[in-house]
Design a protein around this ligand. Structure first.
Ligand SMILES: Nc1ncnc2c1ncn2[C@@H]1O[C@H](COP(=O)(O)OP(=O)(O)O)[C@@H](O)[C@H]1O
Ligand SMILES: [Mg+2]
Length: 377
């Protein structure tokens, strides 16, 4: 049987560019080369795609210096949005236009442009199978306001919040928005850009002044800003995988050393502790796992998502904080480690995710896409 041609797509334009390279490096090392023909596709910070065979390391492919340019095998490529199956073509349109053919794309680009549905739209138009959720679900998971509204409508617990956008965020209106936030939600509060990732633009505020400053800051990252009640909570995370019948891993816990799990704690601070599995009673664990699967289904997720909870210390109330469609995937990242603790190795997890991508693509390809009026006659 011929090998499945997998395109490992990483890098990207978001603040999570570097993390994505580390994730891709781990994935590359663990993918079974007996099963897969792997092509590396690195997206540079300007958004250009570069391809290399799997012998090259992801970091080298995207190094911003002569190292990358010196790679003989590096080529700039494009993925045309035509449904011919994923055929990467040379960006310079040279003689050998065809650069590579791919059966499945494994996109491990975190954050905006990677897990917000935009990339999924391109992959969808190109007619290629890809790991993870589709366009709509990716977009819903990324937008904290939309995600919370849908979770709430499904009777899933979310932290009380208000969303401000448009005129409410004009400089002269921000004080009014801040006052309304304090009135409705009390303090302390968390302020977040609706499409954030890696805690960028997220701050906590304790009074009017700090709230105004926090909104002004969040507004720099997005045109939509959320104010949320701050909850004194444990941070519990569950890995979910599957398409039609998703399964939940054992829960894990994150213990940031600082006041909250900010950008620094996520990537720079080795002291952030991951407790896997989390120290929970059987019923607490069962409860978050059940909620995680319900959240996954509610947001129409496919393939994988990490579901993050805020478990209030007072009463163990499990608020769903957010879903991450393409979570960190290094060997020390929560998502793969949770599966490992649940009995699925990193390599088996990758196999399963690729399988799920192919299954979903086949299912979609079998759908009627054109109304055939001969049947009507
Ligand atoms: N309502 C809240 N109460 C307490 N802590 C919060 C709240 N919202 C966010 N946090 C803290 O901020 C971190 C980042 O917020 P999150 O919504 O997960 O954004 P991101 O998408 O950037 O990860 C969380 O991991 C948690 O430590
Ligand atoms: Mg988070």
């Amino acid at each position: 049987m011929s090998k499945l041609r997998v395109g490992l797509l990483f890098g990207g334009r978001s603040v999570e560019h570097e993390v994505s390279i580390v994730s891709a490096t781990s994935i590359l090392a663990a993918l079974d080369t007996k099963r897969y023909d792997i092509t590396l596709i690195g997206v540079d910070p300007q958004g250009r795609w570069h391809m290399a065979p799997a012998g090259v390391q992801p970091a080298a492919l995207l190094a911003g210096d002569a190292r990358a340019k010196a790679l003989d095998s590096r080529r700039e490529v494009l993925l045309p949005a035509t449904p011919e199956g994923a055929t990467l073509v040379a960006a310079d349109g040279g003689e050998t236009r065809l650069a590579a053919e791919i059966d499945v794309i494994f996109p491990i680009i975190h954050g905006r442009g990677g897990e917000d549905g935009a990339l999924q739209g391109l992959l969808q138009l190109a007619g290629v199978a890809y790991v993870g959720s589709g366009v709509l679900s990716s977009a819903m998971q990324m937008d904290k306001d939309v995600a919370k509204r849908l979770l709430q409508a499904a009777d899933l617990p979310v932290v009380p919040w208000l969303t401000f956008k448009g005129d409410d965020l004009l400089p002269e209106r921000i004080p009014d928005s801040a006052r309304l936030g304090l009135e409705e939600l009390g303090s302390p509060l968390f302020v977040k850009p609706a499409n954030s990732g890696s805690s960028v633009g997220i701050t906590s505020a304790v009074d009017f002044e700090s709230l105004v400053a926090a909104i002004e800051d969040a507004r720099r990252y997005d045109t939509k800003v959320l104010l949320e009640q701050a909850v004194d909570a444990r941070e519990i995370e569950v890995a979910v995988m599957g398409n039609d019948s998703p399964q939940a891993s054992l829960p894990g816990e994150i213990r940031p050393r600082g006041s909250f799990y900010d950008y620094e704690a996520k990537y720079l601070d080795a002291a952030t502790e991951l407790i896997i599995p989390a120290e929970l009673t059987q019923s607490q664990s069962d409860r978050v796992r059940e909620l995680a699967v319900r959240a996954f289904k509610t947001l129409d997720a496919a393939g994988l998502a990490r579901v993050d909870f805020l478990m209030r210390r007072d009463d163990d109330m499990n608020f769903i904080n957010e879903l991450n469609g393409l979570p960190g995937f290094t060997e020390v990242s929560m998502y793969p480690r949770l599966w490992e603790a649940t009995g699925l190795s990193y390599t088996d997890l990758l196999d399963r995710l690729i399988e799920l991508a192919v299954e979903r693509h086949q299912q979609e390809s079998a759908l009627v896409t054109r109304f055939d009026d001969s049947q009507n006659r």
